[in-house]
Design a protein around this ligand. Structure first.
Ligand code: HEC
Ligand code: HEC
Ligand code: HEC
Ligand code: HEC
Length: 341
């Protein structure tokens, strides 16, 4: 590869080596320290003043999940697919957006509106940091990898990462007096409320994309469209930050609601600007919006050939993936050790 590193196949299985140094003495003695092996993760943590080697145990316990449960992008400028976390100004939705705007990064140009779009990955670590638990030093491990007692009476870390409610006695109940049902109900209510406003934002964004298309069709210029397209980009980035961060309704419901509210504000700005452009070009409003009420109809409206996409996916799964697995096993990248019991 151009950067001198050996090409390795992409494997999604998570191995011990993601969180421990499997060649260390600690590891063979059954008391492994936590470690992060990926240089881009270590660099990103330095950028938010969370240097891993000097971090305390609490910060380390959350940081290992930041290996993967974060927002990232591929820096195309360096010529290789270099993974970068966009945390230079902060991890919240505004500061990541500011950074992406400054470097004029976009993941794709929207086929309907021609807006330069951002695709959020899964900013779980970032949202957790901003929420009540993150601010109080309650880490991912406290809820997703609790200490439990084995059959032999020994206490160990449960490595079966799952929904913490499945192990309520060892997770929430360590700190909260409320019953499982009470807490589950609170979390379910947050989820429901967030979903409700998220759909409202989604509706606004869909309309804005088609209004932009109508404006282009009526002869609007790039200069006229620039600010409206940027507002669409911002609105959808905010929608995506809240949708793609799984468990955001639990990790920081207040933050997620604010992200969506600010997304609605950006969508209103986009549509106000577009209304002026449409009027100027003599387009009667409201315009006609295509039916996007189901996934099939939405694909059709934006011109996605879904049968072709499905064929290509099946081809990839049947040919490329088995080859990657084979190579990964040969290189020992997939370890099949059982977690500690
Ligand atoms: C996603 C990160 C992650 C992965 C992957 C992982 N561990 Fe751990 N491991 C942890 C955490 C977190 C602790 C607890 C550290 C603490 O309490 O500060 C731990 C602790 C341990 C301990 C100490 C005893 C205990 O139970 O607390 C052993 C032994 C261990 N891991 C073995 C393994 C083995 C073997 C694998 C691969 C099968 C593995 N781990 C994979 C995160 C991980
Ligand atoms: C090496 C990358 C990697 C690391 C490190 C990692 N995860 Fe994940 N995690 C994933 C991927 C990939 C999935 C999705 C798996 C799938 O869809 O089958 C996932 C799924 C999950 C899920 C959903 C599980 C479910 O039952 O659906 C939770 C919760 C989770 N991770 C929490 C954590 C926590 C907490 C940590 C840190 C202790 C962590 N992960 C570390 C990659 C990682
Ligand atoms: C205070 C406890 C708590 C902490 C701390 C916490 N989580 Fe969670 N997380 C939960 C609960 C509970 C859920 C499931 C919410 C639900 O049932 O609707 C969840 C859901 C998730 C999901 C989505 C799982 C799915 O199936 O969609 C992921 C991924 C996840 N958490 C990762 C993390 C990561 C990474 C961290 C740390 C950066 C973290 N969590 C910190 C309690 C916690
Ligand atoms: C290690 C301790 C700890 C664990 C484990 C823990 N919490 Fe908390 N939780 C806290 C603290 C501390 C606060 C903040 C309390 C305050 O500010 O008065 C909090 C606040 C909350 C709040 C109200 C604030 C908010 O932003 O949502 C809810 C709801 C909550 N926790 C649910 C849960 C659930 C559900 C679990 C298990 C999945 C859980 N907690 C696990 C310590 C913990």
């Amino acid at each position: 590869m151009a950067n001198g590193q050996e090409a390795v196949p992409v494997v999604n299985s998570i191995g011990c080596a993601d969180c421990h140094d499997t060649t260390s003495k600690d590891f063979s003695e059954g008391k492994p320290a936590l470690r992060i092996a990926r240089p881009h993760v270590l660099r990103a943590l330095d950028n938010i003043d969370k240097n891993f080697s000097t971090a305390d145990r609490t910060d380390k316990r959350a940081a290992i999940c930041a290996n993967c449960h974060v927002e990232y992008y591929f820096d195309k400028k360096t010529g290789v697919n270099n993974v970068v976390f966009p945390w230079y100004k902060g991890v919240d939705v505004d500061n990541i957006e500011k950074y992406y705007d400054e470097i004029e990064f976009y993941d794709w140009i929207h086929s309907v509106s021609k807006a330069p779009m951002l695709k959020a990955q899964h900013p779980d670590y970032e949202t957790w940091m901003q929420g009540t638990h993150g601010k109080n030093g309650v880490t991912c491990i406290d809820c997703h990898m609790p200490k439990v007692q084995g059959a032999d009476g020994k206490v160990y870390t449960d490595h079966q990462i799952q929904n913490p409610f499945n192990a309520f006695e060892h997770t929430c109940a360590n700190c909260h007096d409320q019953s499982k049902e009470t807490l589950q109900k609170i979390v379910a209510t947050h989820k429901h409320d967030i979903k409700e406003v998220m759909i409202k934002l989604e509706d606004q964004i869909v309309k804005a994309h088609f209004e932009a298309k109508a404006a282009w069709n009526a002869g609007a210029t790039e200069e006229e469209m620039k600010d409206a397209l940027k507002a669409i980009r911002h609105a959808q980035w905010r929608w995506d930050y809240s949708a793609a961060g799984h468990g955001g309704h639990m990790h920081a419901p207040d933050i997620i609601l604010k992200v969506i509210a600010s997304g609605l504000d950006r969508a209103v700005e986009a549509r106000t600007k577009l209304a002026i452009i449409l009027t100027k070009h003599g387009v009667q409003q409201p315009i006609e919006y295509p039916d996007t009420s189901t996934a099939e109809k939405a694909w059709k409206a934006i011109g996605v050939d879904i049968e072709k996409e499905r064929r290509e996916k099946a081809e990839f799964m049947n040919t490329v993936l088995p080859q990657w697995d084979k190579e990964a096993k040969q290189k020992g990248l997939i370890l099949n050790d059982a977690p500690p019991k």
